[in-house]
Design a protein around this ligand. Structure first.
Ligand code: F6R
Length: 243
């Protein structure tokens, strides 16, 4: 695992957008896995700026989702499908058909999870998977104690994660779904390159546990230690607890 410390979130976004641009130059139809939440927004903004400036041709890029809420009505602005269409697919000028995600409104969620893992494999696997990290060390929505070998499945959010995400739901925790579909840790580890961005002091403890602590299901992000090509980009605040 390589750890790169950058001065701030914008620098992290620029660095990772450049890595994605390099990937697309080598492999124009690369499958890029995207995370949602606040942290990756500077990456998507920097990448869209490069596309507008003709510094990267992203027209054949394929995008896939890491996770999705279960039970939000179709088209809900905070469903991760809506967020990725708004923050990634549209700014990059991509067609919605270049984008795949798990179906959080499926009647048969178990089958929808298995179908998503098959979809990723049939697409040739994820070339670069972007990750954020939860304050409790989660990646995707693999909360502490998730199996390190897990595949895409339905999970129950912890109270802490629902509190953390209430800001996207009018600060009303009652609107935050209880369940999500998430790529499993095993699914995430199948990607060829993992790139985790963490910014802000609030992530410092989780980053230190993931990078320098023991490999443990109690800290799902520590699974990155198992991956042959994992890059952790942290700003100075999020690096504050590293030895
Ligand atoms: C979202 C996701 C989550 C977030 C994490 C951090 O798709 O996979 O693991 O990356 O909850 O969220 P932010 O970036 O909002 O602090």
């Amino acid at each position: 695992m390589e750890v790169v410390i950058v001065p701030d979130a914008a620098a992290g976004g620029e660095l990772i957008a450049t890595a994605i641009a390099d990937l697309l130059a080598r492999k124009p139809d690369a499958l890029v896995g995207v995370a949602t939440g606040s942290t990756p927004l500077p990456i998507y903004q920097a990448l869209a700026t490069k596309v507008r400036a003709d510094q990267v041709d992203a027209s054949r890029a394929r995008i896939c989702q890491l996770d999705e809420y279960v039970g939000l009505p179709a088209g809900h602005p905070e469903s991760y499908r809506s967020v990725v269409l708004r923050e990634v697919v549209a700014p990059l000028g991509l067609d919605a058909s270049s984008f795949m995600g798990p179906d959080g409104s499926a009647e048969d969620i178990v089958s929808a999870c298995a179908a998503y893992d098959r979809m990723l494999a049939d697409a040739g696997g994820v070339d670069l998977q972007l990750l954020g990290i939860g304050t409790d060390g989660h990646i995707g929505f693999n909360e502490p104690c998730s199996s390190l070998a897990s595949r895409t499945r339905i999970k129950t959010l912890t109270e802490q994660t629902r509190i953390d995400n209430a800001r996207f739901f009018d600060d009303d925790i009652d609107q935050v779904p209880h369940h999500v579909i998430t790529q499993g840790i095993g699914t995430i580890l199948d990607a060829r390159h993992l790139v985790l961005l963490a910014t802000g002091e609030g992530k410092a403890e989780a980053v230190a546990a993931a990078v320098e602590g023991p490999l443990s299901a109690l800290v799902p992000a520590s699974a990155l230690q198992l991956h042959p090509h994992a890059t952790v980009v942290v700003d100075e605040a999020a690096a504050g607890r590293l030895k």
